[in-house]
Design a protein around this ligand. Structure first.
Ligand SMILES: [Cu+2]
Length: 154
């Protein structure tokens, strides 16, 4: 991506302001809460932070589960239900939280090796073409969210 951005800058030398290092969209605080029942899906949560330009989260992949879907929970007259969502806007400089009671990932068949390691890598696909690899901490069934970690890399 960096090389592409550089090329774009060389091709448009007048657009100097675009040649800085734009803040990228990133994901942190990723964690998975295992389902107590192996046949039921586990849930995944994270926070997406918008960079200098807005984008969309188009999907999540992992080698450590059979299937991953993005879902949204909603309260329909006192009854909680959920539905799959295809994409989520990540506004520029904004924050989108996938958290218990709201948007979440559903993960079917979380891999035993990942469970014993206590973490699994998730790949977040963005509409701008970026793929973000993020390690999610795997928590026992019923566990609360892990303490947020300092964002590293700045
Ligand atoms: Cu769900």
């Amino acid at each position: 991506m960096r090389a592409l951005a550089l090329l774009a800058c060389l091709a448009a030398p007048l657009a100097l302001s675009a040649c800085g290092d734009p803040a990228p969209t990133y994901i942190d605080q990723a964690w998975v809460r295992l389902s107590p029942n192996k046949d039921a899906p586990s849930a995944g949560y994270f926070v997406a932070h918008g960079g200098d330009s807005g984008t969309q989260l188009r999907g999540v992949l992992t080698d450590y589960a059979l299937k991953v879907e993005m879902h949204e929970s909603m309260d329909e007259g006192g009854k909680m239900s959920m539905k799959p969502i295809d994409s989520v806007d990540i506004p520029a400089q904004g924050q989108v939280a996938f958290a218990p009671g709201g948007k979440h990932l559903m993960l079917w068949g979380v891999n035993d090796t990942a469970i014993s390691r206590g973490k699994m890598t998730l790949t977040f696909l963005l509409a701008n073409g970026d793929r973000l690899l993020v390690d999610a901490v795997i928590q026992k069934p019923g566990a609360a969210a892990p303490k947020p970690q300092e964002h590293k890399g700045h």
